[in-house]
Design a protein around this ligand. Structure first.
Ligand code: NI
Ligand code: MN
Length: 226
């Protein structure tokens, strides 16, 4: 099982036969390591309707005959665009065969365009596959129920936003990790633009010193084996 960081909050999870993309924001992403046409996915998980997460999901689903997974309102938006979508909601889990997904809460917004079209609640994902559990927090502020997520899930990799302004910053991300107790942390949603500029090395040093949990700072385009 391989995890490729596609920049911002976008990740490709390759299970061998099955490819899952989370929050594919490639077009207009200054840190994107590839073109949208390079990406194929059987499943496209979208945490919320903001342009930097819904991004190229519909195009990738169309190109790959893949299925979008998200909250019901966002799923409906995608089916209206002519692609397949599997509607879920927060707290619900579903077994997709080679992997399982549970939707978690996220403190954020979810709309697209102006005037804004409401796309339901934002969410995070707990993805279980091949004996590994990945938590993609989506865009979120810190919330105390992360303690519960940490207690109920044996999280191997926590993908956590650290950019501040729109989501948790590094200090709140440290508190999130204290509650989630993952085996490894991968920071995301930083250094895409100046407004979310952060020092990942400083964040890594702080987390590893305070919590003794390793932080992997992977660059856009980099692939790791889980
Ligand atoms: Ni957002
Ligand atoms: Mn975002």
């Amino acid at each position: 099982m391989h995890l490729t960081f596609l920049g911002h909050a976008a990740f490709l999870i390759n299970l061998g036969g099955t490819k899952i993309i989370v929050d594919p924001f490639i077009t207009d992403n200054p840190t994107a390591p590839c073109q949208v046409s390079d990406l194929m996915a059987n499943w496209i998980l979208v945490s919320h309707g903001h342009f930097d997460h819904l991004g190229d999901a519909v195009e990738i689903a169309r190109n790959s005959r893949g299925t979008v997974i998200g909250v019901a309102e966002l799923a409906k938006f995608c089916t209206n665009k002519g692609v397949a979508a599997h509607a879920m909601h927060i707290g619900g889990s579903h077994d997709f065969g080679s992997f399982k997904v549970k939707l978690t809460m996220a403190l954020h917004g979810s709309s697209l365009g102006s005037p804004a079209e409401y796309l339901g609640n934002p969410c995070g994902f707990i993805i279980s596959a091949q004996d590994k559990t990945i938590y993609h927090a989506g865009d979120t502020g810190l919330f105390g129920d992360m303690e519960l997520l940490g207690r109920l899930n044996n999280i191997d990799y926590a993908l956590i936003p650290i950019g501040d302004n729109f989501t948790m910053g590094p200090d709140d991300a440290l508190e999130a990790i204290r509650m989630l107790r993952p085996k490894t942390v991968i920071p995301m949603h930083y250094n895409t633009w100046d407004i979310i500029e952060q020092d990942p090395v400083k964040f890594k040093e702080n987390v590893e010193r305070e919590l003794e949990i390793p932080v992997l700072t992977i660059k856009p385009g980099e692939t790791i084996t889980l």
